[in-house]
Design a protein around this ligand. Structure first.
Ligand code: 13P
Ligand code: SF4
Length: 330
């Protein structure tokens, strides 16, 4: 099997790695040699976050992808994030350690169905959450992330009719905060939909001083209980600035790595999911490993590409989001 067939089948290039190699040293060496930058989302494994040049939430990562002068962007995240980087930097090579690192939320909104949905509301403007395919972005007027969704909606005239997709939980939260009547696509994230209200209530009894920090992709029942709602960067900053010492964190567990690093004296408890599994890892984010990151930088594969006609259309709503965010200092 050649390397391309292997990537088609598995999503990544597999190759025996010399066990005596220090992968941190090797990745740093390759990065310099190839003028590459590693951008990692907070949901990645701790060792990937530690070796990254930049870690952040979806907005921060798009801002970095737009301004980097590296020749290669290694995106330690999921496919829609690497696509966004490619759309913003089409002349750069964008690599994803495991090209099968997808997203249940992006999958919940197939472009051909969204096209039909959009046709039912011809006088509506389309705002799409960045967690969607490049094709969906190409059908949108403005893209948003969880850290700017409210401000993006508020930047539009009060009487502007709006379709919001694909995340119904974030959409409902934004509708509530802005008082706007948004038409929502019925999509959701498998990780954020799984938190259990009953188990969180019990945890709060055990840790009566703990603050509940929740991502707006969570269901309304969880958001109603939260002391703070925000993006991963928002959650991290809130916990860092807070005088409180204990926090229950209702988002993907990878964020706890940086939270703990920045706040060694504080206690962070992952919010329990509604099943017998004790973890709330995103199976897509966690497809990437340090080994796959090393091989992808070494072989410059798998590469994420986006069709030229899609780039031309999708770049406009993403740039609109970046312009509004820059204007508002986000
Ligand atoms: P943010 O990066 O905006 O916090 O969103 C989290 C997420 O679900 C990324 O997949
Ligand atoms: Fe997608 Fe949810 Fe995983 Fe984020 S956490 S990449 S929204 S499945």
């Amino acid at each position: 099997m050649n390397i391309f067939e292997e990537i088609n089948l598995k999503g990544f290039a597999e190759e025996e790695i010399d066990p005596t190699l220090d992968l941190f040293d090797e990745i740093n060496r390759l990065k310099k040699e190839k003028n590459a930058v590693i951008l990692a989302h907070y949901y990645q494994d701790g060792d990937i976050q530690d070796i990254a040049d930049y870690i952040g939430d979806s907005l921060g990562l798009s801002q970095q992808a737009a301004k980097t002068d590296a020749d290669i962007i290694v995106f330690a995240g999921v496919h829609f994030m690497a696509e966004t980087a490619k759309i913003l930097s089409p002349n750069k090579k964008v690599l994803l350690p495991d090209v099968k690192a997808g997203c249940s939320l992006a999958d919940s909104c197939p472009p051909h169905l969204f096209k039909k949905f959009k046709e039912k509301y011809p006088d509506h403007l389309v705002i799409t959450y960045v967690n969607c395919t490049a094709e969906l972005k190409a059908m949108s007027d403005i893209v948003c992330t969880s850290s700017n969704a409210i401000q993006i909606v508020e930047s539009l005239p009060q009487d502007q009719k709006i379709i919001f997709g694909p995340d119904k939980n974030l959409g409902a939260y934004v509708a509530k905060k802005t008082g706007r009547d948004l038409v929502l696509w019925n999509g959701a994230c498998m990780v954020h939909e799984i938190f259990s209200r009953e188990k969180i209530t019990k945890l709060k009894e055990r840790y009566p001083h703990a603050k509940l920090l929740a991502h707006p992709e969570c269901e309304e029942v969880i958001l109603k209980m939260a002391d703070y709602i925000g993006s991963t960067t928002g959650i991290l900053n809130y916990a860092t600035k807070s005088p409180e010492k204990e926090f229950i964190v209702a988002t993907e567990a990878g964020i706890l790595h940086e939270m703990q690093k920045k706040n060694p004296d504080k206690i962070f408890i992952p919010a329990p999911p509604n099943n017998s599994c004790a973890c709330n890892d995103c199976p897509h984010m966690k497809r990437n490993t340090l080994e796959k990151l090393y091989l992808c930088l070494k072989n410059e594969l798998p590469e994420v590409t986006v069709a030229e006609d899609i780039i031309v259309k999708a770049v406009k709503p993403i740039e609109r989001m970046l312009e509004i965010s820059a204007r508002l200092g986000l």
